[in-house]
Design a protein around this ligand. Structure first.
Ligand code: PLP
Length: 366
């Protein structure tokens, strides 16, 4: 608290990101869903070819090269793409652009009660009323719970975090069909890792009220670059640009635009690394299940695993941390019994499985 801060900053409870180890500290980091593989080699080539003298000049405000690369991948027009400094910024701009402040409306934005924990923070920060819609006991989202409820917007992560569960596109369609008056955000941060999933981006053109948000942080191995984007109808994109140009007209710098476009152009590498993560995920899920863990099928680059009764998630989290393995534990109802474990390299996951096996053996012997 400080008397120099305004009342909002004094009151807000900011988002807490997963802990970052200090530089030089050797840990196996499976707590913030980063990609274990480096970005496409085309990024390095693009960096070596980069003309430093261009950094004199402001970048293209719309990140045109990135919009064009996304348009190619997703079969939309570049005018349907909006680029920001990470998808967190894109999401924040969506809140400011599409959701009404509570002083102007009695309606709320609907968000799942278990979801990306930035959504309630944005709602608080931008004075938007949020209504948390309960997910099912099996941690799935029922699209019927997002129909017939008055709202001024909807935001859902699909696949959801931290549950890892992916809703099929038919469910998204149902939510869109029943909420034509408000903007529906589908946050596809992890969609690249969902087997057989058809992206909601295929519905752009059919629904004027749909915003699909994506990030280069997870599936492209570029969390350090800070680049995310939205795909939507041009009318919605125009709105986002109005908000951006009232805040920071140049969210993505020249280097970020160049490297992101290079990464997006390399489909072969994208496919290879996403498959590698999915293969490792399959194997690790089996090994943990063999030890008595339960978990839903994952559509993400992490799993949400509940340990066998002999050990609590909290104890396992602490003991793994003591061994230098970081995973994510949420001390919240409904999810405090499981751990969110990012899929790392095969070697990292071997270390994890070995450490978990030791912990379980220890409790059984004591
Ligand atoms: C990681 C994550 C983001 C943020 O991605 P950045 O582009 O790194 O800001 C957004 N939404 C969800 C659900 C995420 O897990």
């Amino acid at each position: 608290m400080s008397s120099f801060w305004n009342s909002k900053i004094n009151e807000i409870e900011p988002y807490t990101a997963g802990e970052q180890p200090k530089d030089g500290q050797k840990v196996i980091k499976l707590n913030t869903n980063e990609n274990p593989y480096p970005p496409s080699p085309r990024c390095k080539e693009a960096l070596l070819d980069f003309d430093m003298s261009t950094l004199r000049l402001y970048p293209n405000t719309d990140s045109k090269a990135v919009c064009e690369a996304v348009a190619k991948v997703d079969n939309v027009k570049p005018e349907n793409v909006f680029v920001g400094n990470g998808s967190d910024e894109v999401l924040a701009l969506c809140w400011q652009t599409f959701f009404e402040k509570k002083e102007n409306t009695g309606k709320s934005v609907l968000i799942p009660d278990i979801s990306y924990s930035f959504y309630p923070v944005y709602s608080d920060f931008y004075d938007v009323r949020a209504e948390k819609v309960a997910i099912k006991e099996d941690l799935t989202i029922d699209p019927d719970d997002f129909t017939g409820r008055e709202n001024c917007g909807i935001a859902i992560a699909n696949p959801n975090a931290p549950t890892s569960i992916c809703m099929p596109i038919e469910s998204i369609r149902k939510i869109l069909d029943n909420n034509k008056e408000s903007v529906v955000i589908i946050d596809e941060a992890y969609a690249a890792f969902a087997e057989g999933y058809t992206s909601a981006a295929t519905l752009i053109g059919e629904y004027r009220n749909l915003v699909v948000v994506r990030t280069m942080s997870k599936s492209y191995g570029l969390a350090g670059l800070r680049l995310g984007y939205a795909i939507a109808d041009e009318e919605l994109i125009e709105g986002l640009k109005r908000a951006r140009d009232s805040f920071n007209s140049y969210p993505a710098d020249r280097l970020a635009q160049t490297l992101a476009a290079a990464a997006l152009s390399d489909r072969e590498y994208f496919e290879k690394t996403r498959k590698a993560v999915m293969d490792t995920r399959k194997r690790v899920m089996q090994e943990l299940r063999d030890m008595g863990f339960t978990m839903p099928e994952s559509g993400a680059n992490f799993i949400f695993a509940k340990p066998p009764v002999s050990i609590t998630a909290e104890t396992l989290y602490k003991n793994l941390k003591a061994k230098g393995i970081l995973v994510r534990y949420f001390n919240k109802p409904l999810i405090r019994e499981s751990l969110r474990i990012t899929i790392g390299t095969d070697e990292e996951m071997d270390e994890l499985v070995k450490a978990v096996r030791e912990e379980i053996r220890n409790v059984q012997e004591s």
